[in-house]
Each structure stands twice: as structure tokens, then as C-alpha cells.
Design a protein around this ligand. Structure first.
Ligand SMILES: Nc1ccn([C@@H]2O[C@H](COP(=O)(O)OP(=O)(O)OP(=O)(O)O)[C@@H](O)[C@H]2O)c(=O)n1
Ligand SMILES: C[C@](O)(CO)[C@H](O)COP(=O)(O)O
Length: 226
């Protein structure tokens, strides 16, 4: 029997680096909110996701309710309030899946609206086999580390740029998120890695995270050509 699949879409941030005056997940990308593009991908029937949990800032529920009714009333999902950090928001999403005893859960940034379905499918499949899997790509540029006296070249063949989705066996992710938050937690793999090895899956260079205004321009261009 295949394990049930769940998804937690974290959109509990405020978008300070975007500086748009409203959370960037609600900004328009080809006439629809960024977040809707993301949710539609995870709702694709081919993926077989049974529960789609959306984490939002507590003060943005009304905003989302209106956008949802206007753009995609048919889209089934559950909404929960996030926390002060991404880690706290993922934890809230996990609590919402409280009664589930087994399954594989994807954690995905609500502001990654261009993720190919093949990347999502491959990451779920790798986590079903190995327990923990994340999407990542090799750096295209040369990379340098900083030192007290300047900087030094790093071997980029030994580095990967981390994306989401990040998929985990549900019990493993729950155990990892029972530990206290550390400042070194920048994603879910960094929360889990002391408990379990992380499998890397080929991500996609188009799977960008909307962080600053230039990312929105890039996403518009990428969507026009796909
Ligand atoms: N307290 C938080 C902070 C972030 N996120 C989510 O985590 C993802 C990646 O975070 P980031 O790009 O840093 O988003 P923001 O925190 O909104 O942006 P900024 O750091 O510029 O304020 C986003 O989908 C964001 O909404 C979240 O759910 N809860
Ligand atoms: C989870 C993530 O998208 C992986 O690249 C990233 O770490 C989020 O980082 P941010 O500091 O919240 O932008």
C-alpha cells in the first residue's frame, strides 16, 4: 500500500526583502496571486496529495479568504496560523496533521510558484524510499568563502543550492520538530539531518524563490515561456 501524501505550504512570512507593503505571497504573477500558482501545483491530481495545509500569517486570513473565493473557490485546503519564524510555521503545519499516523509530508515555500511537477513527484518518491529527500541544484557560478583576511575559492562541485519541496516520512519530521529551534535552521533538512541522512533530488533552475522584486520579473518571464 502506498503511503498517504501530505503537503505543508508555508506562507506565514511578511516579505520584508520584497518591501511591497503586503506579503509577497499575495502579489500578482500573471494575474493571479503567487501563492495560488504554488497551491495549484500541489493540488495536481497526478501527485495524489491527500491533505494540503496552508500556513498563513494570523492577520492575513481575511485577505486570503477573499483571494481564494475570487480566484479558486474549488481549491481544497486547510488554513492554519504560522509563527514568528519559518521553523515555527512548519511546526504549526505539522500540528494540523496531528491525527495522521503515517505518510510522507512535503514542506514547500508558498513563494516558489514555478516548481515543476516532476520535481515534486521525484522528491516525494525519494522520501518514500529513503525517509528524507530535498530538491537541490548545483551552483552555476564560481563560489568563494569569506575569511578574516579576505576570501578563498570553494570547490563548487561539492556544493548544492537548496530548494523546496523537502519531503519526509511524517514520524521523522515530527521527531525533528520536537527539538528546540536553533539559529542554524534555515530549512527543514537542517532540522532533520542530525536524525536521518538527507537524499538530494535534482531540482530545477526555474524553481526560484520569490524574495526580491527582480525575482517577480524573472518569474513572469519564465511563466511566459513554459
Ligand atoms: N514566519 C515565517 C517566515 C517565513 N515563512 C515562509 O517561508 C518561506 C520562505 O521564507 P522567505 O522567503 O524568507 O519569506 P519571508 O519571511 O516572507 O521574507 P523576508 O525574509 O524577506 O521577510 C516563505 O514562503 C514564507 O512565507 C513562514 O511560513 N513563516
Ligand atoms: C527553505 C529555503 O527556501 C531553501 O532554500 C530557504 O532556506 C529559505 O530561506 P529564507 O532565509 O527564508 O529566505
Amino acid at each position: 500500500m502506498p503511503l498517504p501524501r501530505f503537503a505543508i505550504i508555508v506562507a506565514g512570512g511578511t516579505g520584508t526583502r520584497m518591501g511591497a507593503g503586503r506579503p509577497k505571497q499575495f502579489l500578482k504573477l500573471q494575474n493571479e496571486p503567487v501563492l495560488l500558482h504554488t497551491l495549484r501545483r500541489f493540488a495536481a491530481p497526478a501527485l495524489g496529495v491527500q491533505r494540503l495545509v496552508l500556513v498563513l500569517p494570523a492577520d492575513q486570513f481575511d485577505v486570503w479568504q477573499e483571494l481564494h473565493a475570487q480566484y479558486a473557490p474549488e481549491l481544497q485546503h486547510e488554513v492554519v496560523a504560522g509563527g514568528a519564524t519559518r521553523w515555527a510555521s512548519v511546526r504549526q503545519g505539522l500540528l494540523q496533521l496531528g491525527e495522521q499516523t503515517e505518510g510522507v509530508v512535503a514542506v514547500h515555500d508558498g513563494v516558489r510558484p514555478l516548481t515543476p511537477l516532476s520535481v515534486i513527484e521525484n522528491t516525494y518518491a525519494a522520501a518514500e524510499q529513503h525517509g528524507a529527500a530535498i530538491a537541490a541544484v548545483p551552483p552555476k557560478d564560481s563560489v568563494r568563502g569569506l575569511s578574516a583576511t579576505g576570501s578563498y575559492a570553494l570547490d563548487r562541485s561539492r556544493l548544492r543550492l537548496v530548494q523546496t519541496p523537502q519531503c519526509f516520512e511524517l514520524g521523522l519530521l515530527r521527531r525533528a520538530y520536537q527539538m528546540p529551534e536553533l539559529p542554524t535552521f534555515t530549512d527543514d533538512a537542517s532540522v532533520v539531518e542530525d536524525l536521518h541522512p538527507i537524499q538530494l533530488v535534482q531540482g530545477d533552475y526555474c524553481n526560484i524563490k520569490i524574495t526580491t522584486p527582480d525575482d517577480l520579473l524573472l518569474a513572469e518571464a519564465l511563466l511566459r515561456h513554459t
